[in-house]
Design a protein around this ligand. Structure first.
Ligand code: UTP
Length: 290
């Protein structure tokens, strides 16, 4: 199985992150020194994916611009002798090939993926959500690509979540056939706690087969009135073509403020130049009563 393309849906309105996202795409909010979407693209690159298909809307053009050259800025940095920064901004532009497809109406994640059908029609492809961050020794998506190649099946990334949090996620039922790998039999989007088939929650990493497009094409709206990718994946599970892999590493949902802020601190604590000063300031904040 050869996987070259990654679909990154970024067409959502980011309502949980308002008012910050009134005019700035959620995916362009910075975490430490980089916009969220750059971390996602870098994870894809580490896994050897070079072709990025952004599913966008009319307010998301700056995401494409971020991965393009900016000659005025490059001239300014050259004139100012800021060569390290010059290299960095050029590196971001040269990182990947970008294709953009507009999702004209935000009908849900399943519909966003369906928008990639013309670009990915005959090949398996990766999907990474534009607001879901994974860090660790192995890039999150590379763990799924490895499993997809070994099993010749579609794959969803899952993590264990506390039982009382399952209703925020799509949840799977499956039989563990190797350590951390499950044959998926059932998927439920945002179940009530009592209806959840397990505490294995789907997060924003997938490897999909092109037959998902036919399934999505006939998919009716599900929870929240949205066309849900989770519901369409049941079609692959019914044909025994879907496995789940428990992902290793740190995961942050950048659409949630606590997670977003924690991700910022996580990176700053990994920067030797910042670490000591940051810890000192955090301790001061925790001990003061204002
Ligand atoms: P979310 O539901 O987390 O993102 O969708 P959202 O809709 O932007 O944010 P909230 O919930 O209103 O705060 C997960 C991912 O799917 C994309 C989003 O951009 C996000 O990256 N998405 C969602 C689409 O591209 N199109 C859609 O119709 C829905």
């Amino acid at each position: 199985m050869d996987i070259k393309k990654v679909v990154i849906p970024v067409a959502g309105w980011g309502t949980r992150s308002l008012p910050a996202t009134k005019n700035i795409p959620k995916e362009m909010l910075p975490i430490y020194k980089k916009p969220i979407v750059q971390y996602i693209v870098e994870e894809a690159m580490q896994a050897g994916l070079k072709d990025v298909v952004f599913i966008t809307n009319q307010n998301k053009r700056i995401i494409e611009d971020h991965f393009d050259r900016n000659f005025l800025l490059e001239q300014l940095l050259t004139r100012g002798g800021k060569l390290d920064l010059l290299e960095e901004v050029k590196r971001v532009a040269d990182m990947v090939n970008v294709v953009s497809v507009r999702q004209k109406v935000q009908l849900g994640l399943g519909h966003a993926v369906l928008c990639a059908s013309e670009v990915c029609k005959n090949e398996p492809f990766a999907v990474m959500l534009g607001d879901d961050l994974m860090f660790g020794l192995n890039s999150g998506i590379s763990q799924l690509i490895e499993a997809a190649k070994a099993e010749n099946k579609a794959v969803v990334g899952v993590i264990e979540v506390p039982r009382d949090k399952v209703s925020k996620y799509g949840v799977i039922a499956g039989e563990e056939f190797a350590k951390g790998m499950y044959r998926v039999s059932k998927l439920v989007e945002k179940p009530k706690v009592e209806d959840a088939p397990s505490n294995l929650a789907i997060i924003g990493r997938y490897v999909l087969l092109p037959e998902i497009f036919d399934i999505l094409d006939g998919q009716k709206a599900g929870v929240g009135g949205e066309i849900q990718l989770t519901d369409a994946l049941q079609g692959l599970a019914d044909r025994d073509k879907l496995i789940a892999v428990k992902l290793q590493g740190q995961r942050f949902d950048a659409g949630d403020w606590v997670e977003y802020l924690t991700a910022n601190i996580y990176f700053a604590l990994h920067d030797e130049e910042l670490r000591d000063d940051l810890v000192k300031r955090l301790q001061e904040l925790l001990s003061c009563s204002d």
